[in-house]
Design a protein around this ligand. Structure first.
Ligand code: SIN
Length: 313
């Protein structure tokens, strides 16, 4: 595939794909997500997504129903979140990411529900394959989101380290400490989710290998099987540092009507926590698509310790 400032997927392509950084992220133009898109356009979007790991659309005027309908073109849409208790009425698939809710829940404004690098809901044995996030109300400045390319992070490790981390499994759980005392924290304690995932997963569509650890879900347990707590913590720190090297990342400035669509099998993301302290509000809506149980390089699959798989429809 030729890479230029804008990248045409095929000579007959109807969409335009403009890479936003050297490894990660592309903006797609020429698509109105409110329309019933042709199979050809859907497969071009999917190809761009697999290539760039996250794609962005601007100036979309869609609501919850159209966001869910668009998501269904790529797979089964899950309920909003294993711990979401009050999605918007009539839309159980929509997860509101709404600073006004966090003020009510946690007694302080937050930019997003998580302020660390993470891949969505990896405490599940089958974490979501894709997420689609739509912005409605944004702070005047701040509140950007960054993504990192976990395939690039893996491929650029030294061969000896790659061979070693290929063999490892790490424990993923929700870290409840920041939300202690909240309804969310009680729900997590009532129905815990805990899974050992391969530290390196093989992407089921591209065959690429990706690092599959992120601080959001592995910092609480800090447990790589058989390594013990000290070595686990040191190795996870080193892998997180590699995974979030600036050159693998892209930073997206939201506007009302912006949509980001990412592949959780190849990325981690960070809601940059610089909006809450200013008192600014930020409202976005997310849907997730059902994911498969990850596989490591030797074909071993993730193992659930607590919790059920999360299915969509
Ligand atoms: C998410 O983690 O899915 C939301 C990211 C954000 O709030 O920017």
């Amino acid at each position: 595939m030729t890479i230029s400032a804008t990248e045409t997927i095929s000579p007959r392509s109807v969409i335009t794909v403009s890479p936003q950084s050297g490894y990660t992220g592309a903006e797609i133009t020429g698509v109105d997500l409110a329309e019933d898109l042709s199979d050809e356009v859907i497969s071009e979007i999917r190809r761009a997504l697999l290539r760039w790991k996250v794609v962005f659309f601007r100036d979309q005027t869609i609501g919850h129903a159209a966001q869910i309908a668009f998501a269904r073109r790529f797979g089964k849409v899950t309920p909003a979140h294993p711990y979401e208790e009050s999605p918007p009425e009539g839309f159980p698939e929509i997860l509101p990411i709404d600073s006004r809710r966090y003020s009510a829940q946690y007694g302080r404004k937050r930019t997003s529900y998580d302020s660390s690098w993470h891949t969505d809901v990896t405490a599940l044995v089958n974490p979501p394959a894709f997420s689609i996030l739509r912005a409605e109300f944004l702070p005047p400045y701040g509140g950007d989101t960054a993504w990192t390319n976990l395939v690039a992070a893996y491929e650029n490790l030294p061969a000896e380290l790659r061979a070693f981390v290929d063999t490892l499994d790490a424990e993923h759980t929700f870290d409840n400490r920041a939300s202690a005392g909240s309804n969310r924290a009680r729900a997590v304690a009532r129905t815990p989710l805990r899974t050992f995932h391969p530290v390196v997963r093989v992407h089921p569509e591209t065959g690429e290998r990706a690092l599959f650890v992120s601080p959001g879900f592995t910092r609480h347990a800090r447990n790589i099987r058989h390594l013990g707590p000290r070595l686990s913590a040191h190795l996870l720190d080193a892998l997180w540092e590699e995974a979030t090297r600036t050159e693998y990342t892209v930073r997206f400035r939201w506007q009302p009507g912006s949509v980001a669509f990412w592949d959780n099998r190849a990325t981690a993301h960070l809601a940059i926590p610089d909006a809450g302290h200013l008192g600014h509000d930020r409202v976005l809506y997310r849907v997730t698509l059902e994911g498969e149980v990850p596989e490591g390089v030797d074909g071993r699959r993730s193992e659930s310790v607590e919790g059920d798989p999360f299915y969509g429809s």
